[in-house]
Design a binder for this molecule. Structure first.
Ligand SMILES: *[C@@H]1O[C@H](CO)[C@@H](O)[C@H](O)[C@H]1NC(C)=O
Ligand SMILES: *[C@@H]1O[C@H](CO)[C@@H](O)[C@H](O)[C@H]1NC(C)=O
Ligand SMILES: *[C@@H]1O[C@H](CO)[C@@H](O)[C@H](O)[C@H]1NC(C)=O
Ligand SMILES: *[C@@H]1O[C@H](CO)[C@@H](O)[C@H](O)[C@H]1NC(C)=O
Ligand SMILES: [Zn+2]
Length: 520
């Protein structure tokens, strides 16, 4: 705990120091920085023990352009987001079984189950084509993952997200479904009604019903005919249950029937009042996705932040002597990018980083592996030679050819608000962004190609890790590697009996010491 606090202090000092020094970045400044970095690399912690606890942070749609821009937005270019100074970093390839540019359900399946699968399918292998209900019901096609492995190892489990708890990324933790859109019964076609929707799989089936902490949005998938609430409208784009269900009541009945302590919470004050000894907690804070942090009602009757949910989840899960597995999703970065609102995406990335800071404060790196990654990138680009010290949301410069200014952040593809071209007297002309407030949350950065929305990016994403076995991330990996490193580090799933790693390195160490004549 002591060294942890120390880390945080060093981190804050580094930021302060950097902002003071940025005015005189002379050669000694860069030399000192380099020396310091070498020193850190030489003293890099390699923790060989078992990970009692694992926290996996997934930022939906956070490509490397997003992290760079969010860093500048929140901490200037010399600063760092909370996870950017983790000691171990790797690169992940995100293609899925059938596409070079993937969606979130297939990439979540890769991250959580270690298997690449088809576009828009969740928790099934690649033998299941999109919408093929029959194929998805075959037991051999339904694959287990981190939640099941952790529960089998006696660990407590939980997930928190800013999206619906039935949305693509969380669905891959507990459901097996040939279409991620089948969140509730109303979106399943008549010829596929044999398939159980994602919401019911969460509440009725294993491993969903054994998950200790579930927090996010998605009331409209769990309960039928939910109504618009102030600041919390029903999402008409998403699944909306109509079959008369009340899965929140069913969830309670299940916990009562098993004689477990439980709590259902739907706002800040209810979340605050949950005792940390409660065995099962279901927090449903919104009809659809939760509100973005900047627009969130922070009052007692309002919604918690991702940090609030992460903090509570750790308090609830950490009592188990066998440890826990917690997955935290920053799900609205992707949502903001799809709608072409870069400022919202950057702001949500900062909220995601804040949640990681909470986890760093509340855990011991000797026993908790923290992995931070993204499922896929987005078509955000960062260009235009902005000067040092600029706001990354500003106009970068004027085009030398058409003399029209352009912003530093742009999208490759985008919806009608992003596509800002018009034809004037037979000549195509791009709108001038300098007439708009490009720092506004609602501003839509310009896109090259008109589509229905900004589409995902296919470039690699980064993985940042700290804690036991974090050093196993070290080069360019397949995205599936994340599931294996976590199960190896925590001795669960296919690696539950693995003990080689303890013997092999320590034998070498003993031999070396003997050869060097060191008495042991
Ligand atoms: C959420 O976090 C903020 C900032 O740490 C804190 O002020 C607030 O009280 C928290 N709210 C809840 C409901 O925990
Ligand atoms: C378009 O062409 C017409 C006729 O040549 C001209 O009067 C008008 O000013 C032009 N408009 C613009 C915006 O250039
Ligand atoms: C820019 O401002 C103009 C004029 O107010 C408005 O019509 C347009 O929608 C704005 N564009 C964006 C992307 O916000
Ligand atoms: C792992 O160990 C347990 C108990 O020692 C044993 O029952 C089980 O069969 C082993 N599993 C594998 C995959 O070797
Ligand atoms: Zn997306």
């Amino acid at each position: 705990m002591y060294s942890l606090k120390f880390d945080v202090v060093v981190f804050i000092l580094t930021i302060k120091l950097n902002s003071v020094l940025s005015s005189k970045e002379d050669s000694s400044y860069w030399f000192d920085l380099g020396k310091n970095d070498i020193n850190n690399a030489l003293n890099k912690p390699v923790i060989q023990g078992t990970a009692k606890n694992v926290i996996l942070f997934v930022a939906d749609g956070m490509g490397i352009t997003t992290t760079t821009a969010a860093r500048i937005y929140s901490a200037t270019e010399s600063g760092y987001l909370a996870f950017e100074q983790f000691p171990h970093v790797g690169i992940l390839k995100t293609y899925n079984a059938d596409k070079l540019v993937p969606d979130s359900a297939s990439t979540a399946t890769a991250l959580f189950s270690g298997i690449k699968t088809n576009y828009k399918t969740s928790g099934v292998d690649s033998s299941v084509k999109l919408n093929d209900c029959e194929a998805s019901l075959k037991p051999e096609a339904r694959i287990d993952g981190l939640i099941k492995w952790a529960q089998d190892a006696g660990k407590s489990t939980g997930f928190v997200t800013t999206t619906r708890v039935t949305h693509a990324t969380p669905s891959a933790l507990y459901a097996h479904i040939p279409n991620r859109g089948w969140e509730c019964e109303s979106t399943i076609p008549d010829d596929s009604k044999k398939c159980k929707d994602i919401a019911r799989q969460l509440v009725e089936d294993e491993p969903g019903k054994n998950i200790n902490v579930i927090m996010g949005g998605g009331r409209q998938c769990l309960q039928s005919n939910t109504k618009d609430l102030p600041g919390d409208p029903v999402d008409t784009w998403a699944c909306f249950s109509k079959d008369g269900r009340d899965l929140i009541k069913d969830w309670i009945q299940d916990k009562k029937g098993r004689d477990k302590t439980y709590a259902v919470v739907q706002n800040n004050e209810q979340l605050n009042s949950v005792k940390s000894s409660t065995e099962f907690v279901l927090g449903i804070f919104a009809n659809g996705h939760m509100a973005m942090d900047y627009a969130r009602n922070k009052s007692p009757k309002g919604m918690p932040s991702l940090s609030n949910m992460t903090q509570k989840a750790i308090e609830l899960l950490h009592n188990n002597p066998e440890g826990y597995l917690l997955v935290v999703e920053g799900g609205l970065i992707d949502y903001a990018h799809h709608r072409g609102h870069a400022r919202q995406a950057l702001d949500e990335t900062v909220s995601f980083s804040d949640a990681i800071r909470v986890a760093l404060e509340k855990t011991d790196p000797q026993e908790t592996l923290i992995v931070v990654t993204s499922d896929h990138s987005h078509s955000l680009v960062f260009t235009g030679y902005l000067s040092r010290g600029s706001n990354v949301l500003d106009v970068a410069q004027e085009s030398v050819l058409d003399k029209i200014p352009y912003t530093s952040l742009l999208y490759g593809t985008g919806g009608p608000n992003n596509y800002q071209y018009s034809s004037i007297n037979g000549t195509v002309s791009r709108a001038d962004p300098s007439i708009n407030d490009t720092r506004d949350y609602q501003y839509s950065q310009q896109a090259v190609v008109l589509t229905d929305e900004v589409t995902h990016g296919g470039s690699d994403v980064l993985v940042y890790a700290k804690g036991p076995m974090a050093h196993l991330f070290h080069t360019v990996h397949e995205q599936t590697y994340v599931a294996y490193v976590i199960s190896y580090a925590a001795k669960m799933g296919q690696f539950k009996n693995n003990s080689q790693r303890i013997i092999v390195p320590s034998m070498f160490l003993v031999l070396n010491m003997l050869l060097m004549g060191i008495s042991i």
